[in-house]
Write a protein that binds this ligand. Structure first.
Ligand code: GLN
Length: 311
């Protein structure tokens, strides 16, 4: 498969670039608006570490919502399933990722799942550590390990840009505090600060592919043999990726591509083929639901060609 990917990916990238032209880079975080809308790149990595790379794969980007998968895993390791599911539910919303609607509409006001912004902010509040710096440090360390020891850091400009413009996330977080999803001891601004920082972690397609491979292999890094995450937690995270990973376009993506994936508003997508492949994609132009238009088209093409759907 790797050989065929190497041969065909350059053509598929060019075919999918046309879809990137139909999208728009995110503007609500001003710093993200600087990304090149016509870029599209991919790295696919197999369990032996072999890779296929094509397009603008060297373009660095911030993880944004993709980081939510990893804070969820760390929260499970810190609190167990019960501790996490006391604060977030297991269901997709069908609403935008930053929607407030169901928080008030459906009792008891707990976020529907850990991949929408409200749910991810609640999950971030569960990460252990004595100070916000310690909590950010633990998340950074976990992300580095998940990326095979990569030297990751958060992008200061993107972090500041989001923090200065995050009126909606602030209102979500204060609403959660009012509903006691964020508990009495939790400082809302401190949780948000950790959240903005993990969303701003800068990464490349190759690093993302390595992280995806870890999930594809059930939490054990196939290149080192080290089990970083219990299999059960990875199983739950991958289930959420299928039901909620592509926001309110997750159903359509499950039908068309049928593989676990998580997108971010930077245009990144982490995707995987269980046991076989980790995939990292960047394509900053987004469709109306917030997913990379070029990236989604590329994954659909690949999945159809190789019959990857898990269903
Ligand atoms: N940091 C972004 C936000 O909170 C992440 C959202 C996303 O990637 N969908 O709005």
């Amino acid at each position: 498969m790797m050989e065929q990917l190497r041969l065909q990916l350059p053509d598929w990238i060019e075919a999918s670039r046309i879809y990137a032209e139909k999208g728009q880079v995110a503007h609500y975080i001003p710093e993200l608006a600087k990304a090149p809308g016509d870029a599209l790149g991919i790295v696919a990595m197999g369990p032996d570490g072999e890779t296929a790379t094509a397009g603008d794969a060297d373009l660095p980007f911030t993880m944004q919502s993709i980081s939510k998968v990893f804070t969820l895993l760390l929260a499970f390791m810190d609190n167990g399933e019960e501790g996490v599911f006391a604060k977030v539910g297991m269901e997709p919303t069908g609403d935008d990722f930053n929607s407030m609607l169901k928080l008030e509409l459906v009792e008891p006001g707990k976020p529907f799942n850990p991949l929408i912004n409200a749910g991810a902010i609640a999950v971030t509040s569960l990460i252990h550590g004595a100070t916000p710096e310690a909590r950010t440090g633990r998340i950074m360390q976990f992300l580095r390990e998940a990326a095979g020891g990569a030297d990751l850091a958060y992008n200061e400009a993107v972090y500041r840009s989001e923090s200065a413009s995050a009126h909606r996330n602030r209102s979500l977080a204060y609403f959660l505090k009012d509903n006691e999803v964020l508990d009495a001891a939790t400082d809302v601004e401190e949780v948000l600060d950790v959240y903005f920082k993990h969303c701003a972690v800068e990464i490349t397609c190759a690093q993302l592919a390595r992280m995806a491979l870890l999930l594809a292999c059930g939490g054990t890094d196939p290149l080192t043999g080290v089990q970083l995450v219990p299999r059960r937690y990875v199983q739950i995270a991958k289930t959420f990726m299928i039901t909620c990973g592509m926001y309110n376009a997750s159903g359509e993506f499950a039908i068309r591509a049928g593989i676990p994936a998580k997108s971010g508003v930077s245009g990144g997508i982490l995707a995987l083929v269980p046991g076989k492949l980790g995939i990292g994609i960047i394509g900053p132009a987004l469709g109306e639901k917030g997913n990379s238009t070029g990236g989604v088209h590329l994954l659909e093409t690949m999945s159809e060609t190789f019959d990857w759907s898990i269903f």
